[in-house]
Design a protein around this ligand. Structure first.
Ligand SMILES: [Zn+2]
Length: 325
């Protein structure tokens, strides 16, 4: 282990995900020196969930301090609409128990250190910028294709939070005005075509098509139990309808990205999340659609890239924000 110096200071970065709460002790070069992962799923009372999160962070901080590390502060990425300067969780689709909570102040009381909170995908974008695939870029976007579609935008080296802290919600850009109804209240959102749930929803939309009937038969499950992973496994084996569903995700992404490229002249779109496993099916369609719709100069400029940091992106991004504060 590297010898610690007296002036060394560290950041405690955490990432609250739908399944797990993960934290890491991070140095200024972006190395994770200690880390832990605990389950975050299935705690349905607000008080119990808050206690679980706050105690996990507090115990982690104490563990790091007992190991001799001096911690500057705690940063935690949270899924949902975060009002960053007030440290307030406006709305979290995965954790409704956290809605309308002054999360930052409550956590500060518990850990006795400065706390910063941010949307989880914005945190990831900042991590890729500081330590990952976006190093050296001034203008880029990170997109996660998971249960939903999340986004974090950096323009002129600044993370775009927006006036209320809600910017970056690329998953809820309208792609098809009369399309599938989204949980957000809109119809035809990108998320309904390019996320894991979107892929399954599209199969259900076409359930009377011959190809869809055949696909569900091969998967061998009730339609209600089919997952995007089942569909992906069949796509890999060459099933035409499964491939079509993932190509549809690529087209929807390309439509959204063409607009973003025209608007922001981005250098890169950096993609992560489970659905991006189908990269070889999705990305050629995405590129084709982007080239077709966007101005040629910015479209040629914009690279479509895989992310570097994976599950550690949020932890590293929050750690960087702590060092920056
Ligand atoms: Zn939506």
């Amino acid at each position: 282990m590297k010898k610690k110096q007296v002036e060394d200071i560290y950041a405690f970065g955490a990432d609250l995900g739908g399944n797990n709460l993960r934290w890491g002790l991070v140095n200024q070069k972006g190395d994770i020196l200690m880390h832990e992962k605990v389950a975050s799923k299935g705690i349905k009372s607000k008080d119990k969930l808050l206690d679980h999160i706050f105690n996990t962070v507090r115990d982690g901080v104490i563990k790091c301090q007992n190991a001799g590390y001096k911690i500057k502060g705690v940063g935690i990425g949270i899924p949902g609409l975060i009002v960053k300067d007030k440290g307030y969780v406006l709305k979290s689709p995965n954790f409704a128990e956290l809605n309308s909570i002054y999360f930052q102040r409550l956590l500060e009381e518990r850990v006795k250190l400065p706390v910063i909170i941010e949307n989880d995908v914005n945190a990831w974008a900042w991590g890729e910028y500081a330590f990952g695939a976006a190093k050296g870029f001034w203008n880029f976007m990170v997109m996660t294709l998971g249960t939903g579609v999340g986004g974090g935008v950096v323009v002129d080296k600044k993370l775009i939070d927006g006036r209320d802290g809600t910017a970056g919600e690329v998953g809820h850009i309208t792609i098809y005005p009369d399309g599938i109804k989204c949980n957000c209240g809109n119809t035809g959102c990108l998320e309904k075509y390019a996320s894991a749930t979107g892929i399954v929803d599209n199969l259900k939309q076409h359930i009377n098509d011959e190809g869809a009937i055949e696909l569900v038969r091969i998967i061998g499950k009730d339609i209600g139990a089919v997952t995007s992973i089942d569909i992906y496994n069949q796509a890999k084996k060459g099933n035409a309808f499964a491939i079509k569903l993932f190509k549809g995700a690529g087209v929807a992404l390309g439509i959204a990205i063409a607009g973003l490229v025209n608007l922001l002249n981005l250098e890169a779109i950096i993609i992560g999340g489970g659905v991006s496993a189908a990269w070889d099916i999705i990305v050629p369609e995405l590129r084709k659609e982007m080239m077709k719709r966007a101005f040629s100069l910015p479209a040629r400029r914009c690279q479509i890239m895989k992310n570097d940091l994976g599950d550690n992106g949020g932890i590293l991004g929050m750690a960087k924000m702590v060092f920056d504060m």
